[in-house]
Ligand binder design. Structure first.
Ligand SMILES: C[S@@+](CC[C@H](N)C(=O)[O-])C[C@H]1O[C@@H](n2cnc3c(N)ncnc32)[C@H](O)[C@@H]1O
Length: 213
């Protein structure tokens, strides 16, 4: 979370206290992950609430997540699924997702989640969809490829959410790092995509919503 537009802890707490209750496991996975060296990969708590709101609004029967890590985004979204709803999670790391698996079991959502370990593009090729809600939060080099691969699997009105599109605000600087150049180009490409209405939300490290026309 160090990379994101961070809210002070008291505000994060207030946001939790003023929203539907979150499972104790959600709080534990935040605390546990924030003690890890890779903590900046975790979504922010206010973003977690936003993702849950998206699930409540869209009421997807199938969610696809690309980039699961220790499980915060999947935990919060799977917990808000309608009865019978399913979530497919893709990641390359057995180590990180072992933590997620444990959290899903403790929170009672493990039976709604299918985890596929491997490079996400390969896993996606074997999935039919449809997915009414997609969350892309993995390696940034493949952002465009992920959107291209998932587009035919998203129905009209479905939403593809892409994380980190502000890239620690580097997108508005003259930073020439490869990652920054990639994300700037991706943002330009996505906003011009004919299949989507695109809205960038200034939450956390930037979350872009691409709504299928
Ligand atoms: C930013 S973290 C995801 C954070 C997570 N959504 C959360 O709520 O905490 C990115 C994850 O993408 C995974 N990843 C990176 N490259 C990948 C690839 N090519 N295919 C699948 N997963 C990948 C990493 O192992 C890591 O767990």
């Amino acid at each position: 979370m160090d990379n994101a537009i961070e809210l002070p802890e008291e505000l994060q707490d207030y946001i939790f206290a003023s929203s539907e209750p979150v499972h104790l496991v959600v709080r534990r996975i935040i605390a546990e992950t924030q003690a890890m060296p890779e903590r900046s990969m975790q979504i922010t708590p206010d973003e977690a609430i936003f993702l849950r709101a998206m699930v409540r609004l869209i009421r997807p029967t199938a969610i696809l997540e690309i980039g699961t890590f220790t499980g915060l985004s999947s935990l919060i979204m799977a917990g808000a699924l309608v009865d019978g709803g399913r979530m497919t999670c893709l990641d390359i790391s057995d180590e990180f997702t072992a933590i997620a698996r444990q959290a899903w079991a403790e929170a009672g959502v493990a039976d709604r989640i299918d985890l596929i370990i491997g490079p996400a593009l390969e896993s996606m090729a074997r999935l039919d969809g449809p997915f009414q809600l997609v969350f892309i939060d993995a390696d940034k080099e493949n952002l465009q490829a992920y959107v291209e691969a998932v587009t035919p699997k998203v129905p009209q009105g479905g939403v593809v959410m892409v994380d980190n599109t502000l890239w620690r605000r580097q997108v508005i600087t003259d930073d020439a790092a490869a990652s920054t150049v990639t994300i700037r180009a991706f943002n330009q490409w996505l906003v011009a995509h004919p299949a989507f209405d695109v809205e960038m939300i200034g939450i956390a490290d930037g979350l872009t919503l691409a709504i299928k026309k």
